[in-house]
Write a protein that binds this ligand. Structure first.
Ligand SMILES: NC(=O)c1ccc[n+]([C@@H]2O[C@H](COP(=O)([O-])OP(=O)(O)OC[C@H]3O[C@@H](n4cnc5c(N)ncnc54)[C@H](OP(=O)(O)O)[C@@H]3O)[C@@H](O)[C@H]2O)c1
Length: 267
């Protein structure tokens, strides 16, 4: 009888995948918002090249030529339409995912709000514009928080369970206390830090890591719009650094903003 039971157990063990093989076969998935250009596009490329599955989202995939080319070359990249200010659209998108696990939900999309060279003062003292305030805060703060809420079960269903908010040194009082050109953008990154810190406290008991990372100064449209002309990283350099940080994140992450070079950004 004992021999029969032993043979039965051995047969069942042979039928199941050996744990080491199952582990190796697992391909993690990252979702990147705003991945049609700039750092988002570089992140999609970086993670895809590193063997990840990438759900690369864009407000307007039909116009996202470089992203389409990336997806054509790499079948691990799946392009999806997503506007982080469109709540109904976010819910439809979540239904389309149909419970698919998301190891890393990377909130990259954001808006500076105004070009420095237009002479507009819509987010400067004397010209403060409410509609622009709503747009910047909705895109940069509420959007990432709400999308996290909508997709939390996808993240919880994954192995790595990570949510990343993209902040900026412009959200730091200590670093940027004398800057006053982009009120709303600066405020949005401070608010994102606090929102993600609060969300971290709520999601940690579920084993979900919520982190706040910054890309450094990076040569993108957003940086050009800001009027900055100093030294900056290439998007690919920033994305490579961000991938290292994302892969190293653990549930014990302290939940403070960290720059791409690994240095903590003071609040
Ligand atoms: N570049 C820097 O030096 C720097 C420094 C610090 C922090 N950051 C942060 O890094 C992130 C990426 O910045 P970037 O420099 O790559 O900016 P970017 O070149 O201006 O790209 C911004 C991306 O966000 C998308 N986006 C804007 N509004 C959206 C919405 N409502 N829904 C979905 N996507 C939306 C844009 O899509 P469309 O093409 O459709 O507009 C675009 O794909 C941002 O969070 C930014 O604040 C950048």
């Amino acid at each position: 009888m004992r021999r029969i039971i032993f043979s039965l157990v051995a047969a069942l063990a042979a039928f199941a995948l050996p744990p080491a093989v199952a582990e190796d076969a697992y391909t993690p998935t990252i979702l990147v918002t705003g991945s049609n250009r700039g750092i988002g596009l570089a992140l999609a490329r970086e993670f895809a090249d590193a063997g990840w599955k990438v759900i690369a989202t864009s407000r307007n995939p039909a116009e996202a030529k470089e992203l389409s080319q990336l997806a054509k070359k790499n079948r691990r990249v799946r392009v999806e339409q997503l506007d982080v200010t469109d709540q109904a659209g976010m819910r439809v998108f979540a239904q389309r995912l149909n419970g698919a696990p998301i190891d890393v939900l990377f909130h990259n999309a954001a808006l500076l709000g105004d070009r420095e060279d237009t002479g507009n003062r819509k987010q400067q003292f004397g010209g403060l514009d409410e509609a622009l305030f709503q747009r910047v805060m909705h895109t940069n703060v509420y959007g990432p928080l709400k999308l996290s809420e909508i997709l939390v079960e996808n993240v919880a269903a994954s192995r790595q369970k990570k949510i990343v908010g993209m902040t900026s040194g412009l959200g730091s009082l200590q670093l940027m206390g004398r800057m006053s050109r982009f009120y709303y953008y600066q405020m949005s990154k401070s608010a994102l830090n606090m929102g993600f810190r609060a969300m971290r406290n709520d999601l940690k008991p579920r084993g979900i890591t919520v982190a706040i990372l910054a890309p450094g100064m990076v040569e993108t449209d957003l940086l050009a719009e800001s009027g900055y002309s100093g030294r900056a990283l290439k998007p690919s350099e920033s994305a490579a650094g961000l991938r290292k940080l994302v892969e190293a994140l653990t549930i014990d992450d302290p939940g403070v903003p960290v720059n791409v070079d690994g240095k903590t950004i003071p609040w």
